[in-house]
Design a protein around this ligand. Structure first.
Ligand SMILES: Nc1nc2c(ncn2[C@@H]2O[C@H](COP(=O)(O)OP(=O)(O)OP(=O)(O)O)[C@@H](O)[C@H]2O)c(=O)[nH]1
Ligand SMILES: [Mg+2]
Length: 306
């Protein structure tokens, strides 16, 4: 995705909050009022209180140390701090064949669509992909993924509505081995992070995958709707407690004014944002890029464009 596409995907978030930060940094002197306004704007951007506090403190310390007087002088500093904060300390482990991607999240965040988008991107990259419809809960979920599978020319392992998702995941992993697949993408049913039984079921799915992959690798990715803002952070914390999350996929960034929650997630959970969803079509998935993300949010205050 090029810088223009990042800018357009983040237009709402930029207009609602980050544009204000950029303007502030472009025009003001570093008075006590300035710091207060900056703090308020950062909080409003869905970054969360802790991260805001630590950013403001670091900016103030550097400003004092280096005798900076104007907002624009700390623009570059804030930009690099934000990029740095998005680079989560955890590096994704190298993939082994078959690589199993388990998509989890609350209802309606975009798991099934994202499973299809990932399958699309990976088949385009020349990989052999299989999809598993482990949402045996919601009526129509199996069919939804099967339709994507047909469009993509990708096999979908499915089962009867109401059957055990653990057994389906077992079959899918076996099929991935037998058919010599590079990647298996598992679409799970939406579940409230507060429902104990459903979270236990998710733990079982992950256990089955770990047991069956035999030489393969796996990762658990939380699919999070960016429009939910700080509530997304609460969901992420609950899922991270139940299963080992390897990363986050931030969907619906195109319709969200709350993209700043990405910073809060990386900061509080130390897990990386891996992909972003920017629309409903198969092409509308991008590998996350901290630099492009920050630049799309913080336009240069000296030469604001679009
Ligand atoms: N604008 C936009 N819409 C999206 C994006 N990703 C998914 N959607 C839409 O969000 C809605 C829900 O998507 P699904 O993929 O069915 O969500 P899900 O998480 O599988 O839902 P459940 O299985 O019911 O939990 C659909 O209308 C999708 O087209 C995105 O990145 N941008
Ligand atoms: Mg679904």
């Amino acid at each position: 995705m090029d810088p223009k596409q990042w800018r357009s995907a983040l237009a709402k978030t930029r207009r609602s909050t980050f544009g204000r930060i950029a303007t502030l940094l472009g025009a003001t002197e570093l008075t006590p009022d300035f710091w207060e306004e900056l703090e308020a704007a950062l909080i409003q951007s869905d970054m969360g209180g802790n991260l805001t506090q630590s950013l403001v403190t670091e900016l103030q310390e550097t400003a004092n140390l280096e005798g900076l007087l104007r907002g624009e002088e700390i623009y570059t500093l804030l930009r690099s701090l934000l990029i740095e904060r998005l680079n989560a300390p955890i590096e994704p482990a190298p993939h082994q064949k078959p690589h199993v991607m388990i998509l989890v999240g609350v209802n309606g965040t975009g798991k099934t669509t994202t499973a299809a988008k990932l399958a699309f991107a990976q088949t385009r990259a020349g990989l052999r992909v299989i999809l598993a419809a482990a949402d045996t809960y919601r009526a129509g979920a199996q069919e939804q993924l099967s339709i994507w599978g047909e469009r993509l020319g990708v096999d979908v392992i499915s089962a009867e509505s109401g059957s055990d998702p653990g057994a389906l995941v077992y079959n899918a992993c076996q099929a991935a081995h037998a058919k010599n697949m590079d990647v298996a993408i598992i679409d799970t049913s939406g579940r409230m992070h507060t429902e104990y039984n459903l979270m236990a079921e998710l733990q079982k799915i992950c256990r089955v995958v770990r047991k069956v992959i035999d030489g393969g690798s796996h990762e658990v990715l939380l699919v999070l709707d960016a429009t939910t803002g700080q509530n997304g952070l609460v969901q992420a914390q609950a899922f991270a407690e139940a299963v080992d999350l390897d990363g986050v996929i931030l969907t619906k960034l195109d319709g969200s004014a709350k993209g700043g929650v990405g910073f809060a997630i990386v900061d509080s959970l130390s897990i990386p944002v891996r992909y972003v969803g920017i629309g409903e079509s198969l092409e509308d998935l991008a590998v996350f890029n901290p630099l492009a993300f920050v630049d799309a949010l913080l336009l240069d205050p000296v030469t604001p464009t679009a």
